[in-house]
Design a protein around this ligand. Structure first.
Ligand code: X8Z
Ligand code: ZN
Length: 600
């Protein structure tokens, strides 16, 4: 899985003779790290294979086997992190010091030293992920027989239905799958925190925040700064969309309050692109729909992935290995349970690249394919780094690469591919920008909110009896949305989101949403684009490709500001790029919103 190393930081099973009382030497530190990296690699590959099988074939057995392999790897990582403390007082050459640091803060889950607790924790995390993957809404159909709908079925309804009640039914159906997770989640929080504390962190949230080459408080301030930069754009979009939804659904959408969460085209109201037809600007519609184009050409899953690969090779990246095509999962199997949530893998940490997703022929999945391939091409770009540096500069970078490429899927690019006859002229830019904003601007507060909730859960500020209430408070505060029906503390709505059930940190996606526009702006400059950013495609530009590769191939060998500077010349994450991109839309939205309430 993408978070291979975080999952599988492993133990050091070699003997180095620490003479009691003698301070360690640089040579010892070097030997310690060398052996550590070998061992880590081996255990993470073993865990990766077990996880791959489990997620492609969910059964009690594969769950247990994967939990065991994960436990071995994580326990090892914890032990190693503890051992690394021995070298704290030693002045090390830069590269070694960085490796020590990554060893100490690289874990996403820290198992407690008590073997029973460690086993319980990895079993629970494996089971919660399985519960999510198998989640179904089952009830008796008209013929009295039980009828079940999985996330794919329910998401399709959320995306396409315009019936308030049908949407509500699908939304509540999915949000019931996580109720049984609640008890396990409480135990998971307690045990994961115990493990994090043994490593010297205040709690698991603090451990997650330690990975950003910044003091934790500075990181939180950085998030506030970025959010303040983009908030006006979100408020404008929210107000415009709310007014349009009121036109469609009447008073069930309040004039000045939060929007009911099931009306935005997505199960979590995180990306709103599916309701574009409801909010399309009169006279500025781009006049094409990529989903329709792909469907009418009978494009299949394999071809969709080929389009993605071809973009990367046009930039000078080598094609994906043969094994990628043999081992990846592209389609939802009919006869077994799998986790359909898309992911990218580098199973041997070198070249065994794969993706796992249940592809539908839609524009949304076309984007997701680029997203996943971005992970794969990043993984391969840093595969010559020492093992501990085979990671992204920070996790937001990993999430941003494929999305950056997808920003180059412009009408002009589609014309080049022969998918579109003629690109719409600039008078249609508002339609194009609005469509993109429903994906990228709508996502910003969602990207923030998940870990605002989880960090508070880990720190104890949100106690178990307030899990759901606090969830909706934050969803309202940041996103301006509300649950469509009353909720209570039997519900566990956060668990209906993959990353919460699957222990995947989420702030990375907020960062990626900002970073991808920064990357795109820089690449557009390198490629010599002159027009507006939303019409620039770097397709086929080798110079842009080589600059991108220069950043990717650094892996995590240097602090992320240096990687950022290698591509953009900037050392700070900067939301002016996303604001620049959408500036004409902001102006237009503010005109549409004149005299209407903004905010909630
Ligand atoms: O989880 C993902 C990717 C895999 S890393 C499909 N994303 C987030 C989500 O679906 O919630 C991509 C965008 C946000
Ligand atoms: Zn991703």
């Amino acid at each position: 899985m993408l978070d291979r190393r975080a999952l599988a930081l492993a133990v050091l099973c070699f003997s180095f003779s620490a003479v009691a009382g003698e301070p360690p030497t640089v040579a010892e530190a070097e030997a310690f790290l060398k052996n550590a990296e070998q061992r880590l690699l081996q255990l993470s590959v073993e865990a990766g294979r077990a996880d791959w099988v489990k997620l492609n074939f969910i059964t009690e057995d594969t769950e247990l086997l994967a939990a065991k392999a994960d436990e071995r790897a994580i326990n090892a990582g914890v032990e190693l992190a503890k051992q690394a403390v021995r070298f704290d007082k030693l002045t090390l050459p830069e590269g070694l010091a960085r490796k020590m640091k990554l060893l100490k803060n690289g874990l996403t889950l820290a198992t407690p030293s008590d073997p029973k607790e460690s086993e319980q924790l990895t079993r629970i995390t494996s089971a919660m992920e399985g519960m999510y993957g198998k989640g179904k809404d089952c009830r008796p159909g008209q013929d009295g027989k039980e009828k079940c709908r999985d996330l794919g079925d329910l998401s399709k309804i959320l995306a396409t239905s315009r019936s308030y009640d049908e949407l509500l039914d699908a939304w509540t159906g999915w949000h019931a799958i996580s109720r049984p997770m609640r008890k396990d989640f409480v135990t998971y929080v307690a045990l994961a925190n115990k493990g994090a504390r043994e490593l010297g962190f205040a709690d698991t949230g603090a451990m997650w925040r330690s990975k950003y080459d910044m003091p934790p408080d500075a990181f939180s301030e950085e998030l506030d700064r970025l959010w303040e930069q983009v908030k006006p754009l979100y408020l404008s979009l929210h107000a415009y969309v709310r007014a349009k939804l009121r036109e469609k659904y009447g008073d069930r959408v309040p004039a000045s309050g939060p929007i009911p969460a099931h009306l935005l085209g997505n199960m979590w109201a995180q990306e709103w692109g599916n309701i574009y037809p409801l909010v399309a600007p009169a006279g500025a519609d781009p006049g094409y729909d990529l989903t329709q184009i792909l469907k009418s050409r009978k494009t299949n899953d394999q071809q969709m992935v080929k389009y993605g690969e071809a973009f990367f090779t046009s930039l000078g990246f080598a094609p994906l290995p043969e094994t990628f095509w043999k081992r990846s999962l592209f389609l939802k199997p009919r006869d077994r349970e799998v986790v359909c949530h898309a992911s990218a893998w580098d199973v041997d940490a070198v070249n065994d690249l794969r993706i796992k997703m249940c592809i539908d022929v839609t524009a949304e999945d076309f984007s997701t394919i680029h997203h996943e391939l971005g992970h794969n091409f990043y993984q391969r770009a840093y595969n010559e780094q020492p093992y501990l540096f085979r990671e992204s500069a920070n996790d937001g970078f990993h999430e941003a690469v494929g999305d950056t490429i997808a920003l180059s899927v412009t009408p002009e690019y589609l014309v080049k591919l022969g998918l579109l006859e003629k690109a719409p002229d600039t008078s249609k830019d508002i339609g194009l920008l609005l469509d993109k904003a429903l994906e990228k601007i709508a996502f910003l507060p969602f990207g923030l909110v998940i870990d605002q909730w989880r960090w508070k859960v880990f720190s104890g500020q949100i106690p178990p009896e307030k899990y759901n209430e606090a969830w909706w408070e934050l969803r309202k505060r940041y996103q301006g949305i509300a649950p469509p029906v009353a909720r209570n503390e039997q519900d566990f709505d956060p668990g209906a989101k993959f990353h919460v059930a699957g222990n995947v940190p989420y702030m990375r996606y907020f960062l990626a949403d900002i970073l991808q526009f920064q990357f795109h702006r820089a690449l557009a400059g390198i490629a010599g684009c002159k027009g507006p950013l939303n019409r620039c495609s770097i397709y086929g530009n080798k110079e842009a490709g080589s600059r991108l590769n220069a950043m990717l191939s650094m892996g995590s060998s240097r602090p992320w500001p240096e990687a950022l500077a290698a591509l953009t010349g900037q050392r700070q994450m900067d939301a002016t790029a996303i604001r620049d991109y959408f500036a004409p839309l902001q102006k237009w939205l503010d005109e549409q919103n004149k005299g209407k309430p903004v905010g909630w």
